[in-house]
Design a protein. Structure first.
Length: 118
C-alpha cells in the first residue's frame, strides 16, 4: 500500500518520495491536503501511511489526519513542520523540519513497525 506524502512544498515532497521509493516504498505526493483526501476517498487503494506537513492552506495536517481516520482508521500518520506543534497533534509522531533522509527512513520504519494505528 502506498505512503501519501502531503506538503505544499512540492520539491520537499518529491525529495521525500525519492528517498522512500529508493527504500522500496510506493509513494504518492500531494501539494494539497484536500486533493489527498479526495484521492483516497475516490480510489480503492488506501494508504498504509500518511506523512503530512502541519501548516498548509485549506486544512492543516492534523485535520487531514482526522479526516483520513474517519474513512481508514488503520492508516498511520507522521506530522512534520518547521515549527514545534507537538501540543497541537497529541501523541502523533512528529518530524521537525529540516530532517535528513536517514531520519525520514528511521521514523517511517519505527511508525510502520508500531502495532497500533497512530
Amino acid at each position: 500500500m502506498p505512503v501519501y506524502i502531503v506538503d505544499d512544498n512540492l520539491d520537499l515532497g518529491e525529495i521525500m518520495a525519492f528517498v522512500l521509493s529508493d527504500a522500496g516504498y510506493l509513494t504518492h505526493v500531494f501539494t494539497c491536503p484536500v486533493a489527498a483526501l479526495d484521492h483516497m476517498q475516490s480510489n480503492a487503494i488506501t494508504p498504509s501511511m500518511l506523512i503530512t506537513d502541519y501548516n498548509m492552506p485549506k486544512m492543516n495536517g492534523y485535520e487531514l489526519h482526522m479526516a483520513v481516520h474517519i474513512h481508514a482508521p488503520d492508516v498511520k500518520t507522521i506530522i512534520m513542520s518547521g515549527r514545534f506543534v507537538q501540543e497541537k497533534i497529541g501523541d502523533l509522531p512528529f518530524m521537525q523540519k529540516p530532517f535528513s533522509p536517514g531520519h525520514l527512513l528511521t521514523t517511517v520504519e519505527a511508525v510502520k513497525g508500531s502495532s497500533a494505528p497512530i
